[in-house]
Write a protein that binds this ligand. Structure first.
Ligand code: ADP
Length: 316
């Protein structure tokens, strides 16, 4: 029997952080036994914010090393980067032609950018369409993501339906899989943790960096309980046990933060060691990504052939 397919992506727009881990990477890795997994590094998406080639390269390598250190098994997972499979941008164009501007104007990312009065580039506006192509090329069943991506998965489903209605049944409609407790991991400033907000705790931070990040957590206290510290801390300990500790130590922010530093270190230290091993041979780590790209290309090019047939451009 065919396994179900789980697919998700991460932008190489900075170092992966614990929000990425608990929101998405952890789920995706845990799926590798039960599902056919596609793990994407969506580098063309990251171009929205990374315009320095050396930085882009470094970011891609960081994501590869992070995933390998987390236990991604490249024999079980198709692990690749978007730019290695040109079918993604090709399909994006086809989807562009059946997607309206008013519809995309309702996307949160666009509305946020508009609210900030930013000069919005076409890539930012079109980002959900490229994401639909990333997803739909591989016929996945589930998309593990954080809550911020819920709407984008909805958009992918709508685009798939529109295409199916116009050209005949071609795409499966994927379901977002959002873990309730992990839907929005807060950053050090209380907003959603995000590479673009400068409020992250990197997943493989060194001890001194962990200290710095935790000490910078904004302590908005309700009854002496620093909510932002607690929200991050509960990822690493039983919530009831932690509540008691926070009540006992109400108002003792420094002590609570020090405890979080130690818990983070306990969690990160073994991962950091594994990562250092992989970092000793970067060409080998990148070969894994290249092979994954070749595997993905085969699947994507077969699907594109079917799509070209459906839209009528395949005349020989
Ligand atoms: P970022 O917002 O840091 O740039 P990405 O856009 O690369 O992260 O997101 C990669 C995955 O991580 C997505 O599935 C996204 O939903 C998830 N994710 C990102 N930040 C968080 C967060 N703070 N809490 C939960 N999930 C998150």
């Amino acid at each position: 029997m065919n396994k179900k397919i789980s697919l998700s992506g991460i932008q190489p727009s900075g170092r992966p952080h614990i929000g990425n881990y608990f929101g998405m990477m952890k789920q995706l890795i845990s799926h590798q036994e039960e599902f056919d997994v596609y793990a994407l590094i969506v580098d063309y998406h990251a171009m929205k914010s990374v315009r320095n080639p050396a930085e882009m390269k470094e970011n891609i390598i960081n994501v590869v090393l992070d995933y390998l250190a987390l236990g991604l098994d490249s024999k079980k997972v198709t692990f690749f980067k978007q730019s290695d499979v040109s079918e993604h941008t090709e399909l994006c164009w086809i989807f562009d032609t059946i997607t309206t501007m008013p519809y995309l104007m309702r996307a949160h990312a666009f509305k946020d950018a508009q609210a900030k009065n930013k000069e919005i580039d076409v890539g930012t506006f079109n980002y959900p369409v490229l994401m639909a192509a990333d997803i739909l090329l591989y016929n996945p069943d589930i998309i593990p993501v954080g809550a911020d991506q819920k709407q984008h998965v909805e958009i992918s489903r709508n685009i798939a339906e529109k295409f199916n209605n116009t050209f005949g049944e071609t795409f499966k409609l994927p379901e977002a899989m959002i873990m309730k407790e992990m839907a929005v991991i807060p950053g050090t400033d209380g907003r959603k943790m995000s590479k673009s907000y400068n409020n992250t705790i990197p997943l493989f931070a060194e001890y001194e960096e962990i200290k710095k990040c935790v000490m910078s957590i904004v302590t908005d206290s309700g009854g002496g309980i620093p909510q932002n510290v607690f929200a991050i801390h509960k990822l690493f300990r039983n919530e009831n046990e932690l509540k008691k500790i926070y009540e006992e130590k109400a108002g003792k922010y420094k002590e609570l933060k020090e405890m979080l530093i130690e818990d983070l270190e306990k969690f990160i230290a073994p991962l950091r060691e594994r990562r250092k091993e992989f970092a000793k041979d970067i060409p080998k780590a990148l070969a894994v990504l290249r092979e994954g790209g070749e595997k993905a290309k085969k699947v994507a090019s077969k699907k594109m052939d079917e799509i070209r047939e459906k839209i009528g451009v395949k005349v020989y």
